[in-house]
Design a protein. Structure first.
Length: 234
């Protein structure tokens, strides 16, 4: 295996990470995935992951051949240290800091550190993640500068030449749907709508045009607006 052409995708089971998985499968010779269990209220996303992986691989024979192993890393300490609406039964509001109460301090930094350690062990050069600075809630660990700094830190700390790819960094949710359509046609879009999970409250009891969710949390509203914009532009 040419490890210089191996990618590890940070794959949650949500819309963005699923599009990133398809993006990686279209580009790299081998693709593996990693998810994180950190006490999130919407842990249902982790239950969706195996099914989504199977369905994405089934969209293209080459993708099926390229898709490798999957790993789930338990990070219980992250929830234990966090007093957030993403890890507690608390209202989703704007905190005094100006950030939503769904912000989990250090989450993406920690995810990337563990992903880097796994990539080191697996011999993967490329890390692919769905962070976005265009459609986001102001989370500082989603910013492009943060990701560039993490790439430098991982490379210095492990003496490797990792490359962190964030294909969604500068696109909005409508463009994410468009990218999915470009990568996998209507079949991938349908997969996003039916199988991926975005809702912060973990609600899969209600099916909307844009997928499952409560319809009220910031993640649902962002996804709904993006889908409506994409449909309206077609």
């Amino acid at each position: 295996m040419d490890t210089s052409d191996t990618a590890l995708v940070l794959f949650s089971g949500g819309q963005d990470s699923t599009v990133c998985l398809a993006w990686a499968l279209a580009r790299f010779a081998r693709v593996e995935t990693v998810g994180f269990l950190y006490g999130q209220r919407h842990a249902v996303e982790l239950e969706r992951r195996p099914h989504i992986r199977t369905r994405v691989a089934g969209l293209d024979q080459a993708w099926s051949a390229r898709l490798g192993g999957d790993y789930v890393v338990k990070l219980d300490a992250l929830a234990a240290m966090s007093e957030t609406a993403l890890t507690r039964d608390a209202a989703i509001t704007i905190a005094e800091s100006g950030l939503p109460t769904t912000f989990v301090p250090g989450r993406n930094v920690i995810f990337l550190a563990f992903a880097g350690a796994l990539a080191y062990r697996r011999g993967a050069k490329h890390l692919v993640a769905g962070m976005c600075e265009t459609d986001f809630s102001g989370y500082p660990d989603c910013r492009d500068d943060t990701l560039k700094a993490m790439q430098l830190a991982l490379n210095l700390g492990m003496d490797r030449s990792f490359v962190i790819h964030t294909p969604l960094m500068w696109v909005d949710k409508a463009a994410t749907f468009a990218l999915a359509h470009e990568l996998g046609g209507q079949a991938l879009v349908d997969l996003l709508l039916e199988d991926t999970h975005t809702c912060y409250l973990g609600d899969r009891s209600r099916r909307h045009a844009w997928g499952y969710g409560c319809g009220e949390c910031p993640a649902c509203r962002l996804r709904a607006a993006g889908y409506a914009k994409w449909i309206g532009s077609r």
